[in-house]
Design a protein around this ligand. Structure first.
Ligand code: ATP
Ligand code: MG
Length: 403
């Protein structure tokens, strides 16, 4: 039975998007192209989720099609990518739609980026390069079959039954980042892996793992996945043994512990708090090519984990131990060590400031140079211990010291 999504297109897409797609449909009929919505948008229309990206696929050359539409003043082409024959197109003032050409890909080196084998293949040939059955659905936009779901892989039944299924046995070998994508989709849409997919994932993680893969793709997927800030994602990550992809041991941390901490303290890089509880292998950390700020989190975490804790005898010691460390690293350290000092620092000590400045001290007669720094440090010590509290206390303290 043919399933038709015309109603869901009417209710699920913004009016301006619908108008743009109607123009595409008419143009495709006029110029003789087969045109479809494909991938995530079809899944999300079916599930009645909010639509963010509109991905259109042309059976043939999408750039040719977009040029023909632009010649008719239906749209403006913003960007073309000749190699993949894709185009980004603007309708009206603000509706951007991505057009892809059907293509087949192959993986010359397993785990690395694919190479295009053929552009302009059939839609059926195109969908088999994709990750999961639920992401390989298309909806026809030509007049004769408008709204019909084209389902070559059984994706519709899997969507209904909430099943996540890969398309062929070599899928994770070709691209292990699909394991992370699977985790992300499983959590977002409440899916469970089909048995065979589960077995193949375990086989990959237990026997076919290798380090020579595209880590940039892995990084991008793990960033999206942990940015969901979901306790369940993290618990599933560990329950499914996904840490093995990163040559890591299972940490003794629960997703809810991380989420509670992230929600309370709002770090700049929540995803790295999750990842930082897992990622340890220096080779993999290097392969991630972190930005300087991201890398500092891992360096600081390791410095904290290797620090000498027997030295932490006072609030001042705790303050100095954590003072220049990135906030995420301190959160990770707390989660992994379960010690109380990181929380004492974050919740109490890190807010304590010396109010007097070097200039204030100079005016009070402290000679310039090392002595000013030492006096500021003495004031800090007193404030951290709680024996002095406000600016007046600081002034009195300095006066007493210099009497
Ligand atoms: P999201 O809502 O997260 O954007 P999406 O399904 O649209 O979900 P994208 O990453 O935008 O995901 O990719 C668009 C489509 O490209 C997917 O639906 C899938 O068909 C295909 N795809 C993306 N990444 C891969 C991959 N690593 N392997 C195979 N196919 C992929
Ligand atoms: Mg998308």
């Amino acid at each position: 039975m043919v399933i038709n999504l015309t109603d869901k297109i009417q209710t699920g897409l913004k009016r301006e998007v619908r108008i743009a797609l109607e123009a595409c449909s008419k143009a495709a009929d006029l110029f003789g192209f087969k045109i479809y919505l494909v991938g995530g948008i079809v899944r999300d229309l079916f599930l009645e989720k909010e639509i963010f990206d509109v991905d259109v696929i042309i059976e043939g050359n999408a750039i040719d099609f977009c040029h023909k539409m632009a010649d008719k003043k239906l749209c403006k082409i913003i960007q073309v990518q000749e190699e993949l024959k894709t185009a980004k197109v603007l309708f009206g003032e603000k509706i951007e739609i991505d057009f892809a050409s059907t293509r087949q890909e192959f993986y010359p080196r397993r785990g690395h980026l694919p190479v295009v084998a053929r552009i302009g293949c059939t839609l059926e040939e195109d969908v088999y390069r994709r990750d999961f059955t639920i992401n390989s659905l298309a909806v026809a936009l030509n007049k004769e079959n408008y709204g019909n779901v084209i389902d070559y892989t059984g994706g519709l039944a899997d969507l209904k039954n909430k099943v996540l299924k890969i398309l062929h046995d070599n899928s994770f070998n070709e691209d292990p980042s699909r394991i992370i994508r699977g985790l992300k989709f499983a959590c977002r849409f409440n899916l469970h892996r089909d048995e065979h997919t589960k077995e193949l994932q375990e086989k990959y993680q237990n026997t076919q793992l290798h380090k020579d893969i595209s880590w940039s793709r892995m990084k991008s997927e793990i960033k999206q996945t942990f940015s969901l800030n979901s306790a369940r994602v993290f618990d599933m990550f560990l329950a499914n043994g996904v840490e093995k992809l990163f040559y890591a041991e299972k940490p003794d941390v629960k997703g809810l512990e991380i989420k509670t901490l992230v929600d309370k303290h709002q770090p700049d890089y929540p995803w790295l708090v999750y990842l930082g509880c897992v990622l340890k292998d220096p080779e993999i950390i290097e392969a991630f090519c972190f930005t300087r700020q991201e890398q500092k989190i891992f360096d600081d975490r390791d410095a904290l984990l290797n620090g000498n804790l027997s030295m932490l005898n006072s609030n001042y010691d705790i303050y100095k131990f954590f003072q220049k460390k990135s906030f995420e690293a301190i959160l990770i350290y707390y989660l992994l060590s379960k010690r109380k000092e990181p929380l004492i620092y974050i919740e109490k000590l890190s807010q304590i400031r010396v109010e007097l400045t070097g200039n204030d001290l100079k005016e009070m007669g402290i000679p310039e140079g090392r002595e000013i720094g030492m006096m500021l440090d003495e004031i800090l010590k007193k404030k951290l211990s709680g024996s002095i509290v406000n600016r007046d206390d600081e002034i009195n303290f300095v006066k007493n010291q210099t009497k």
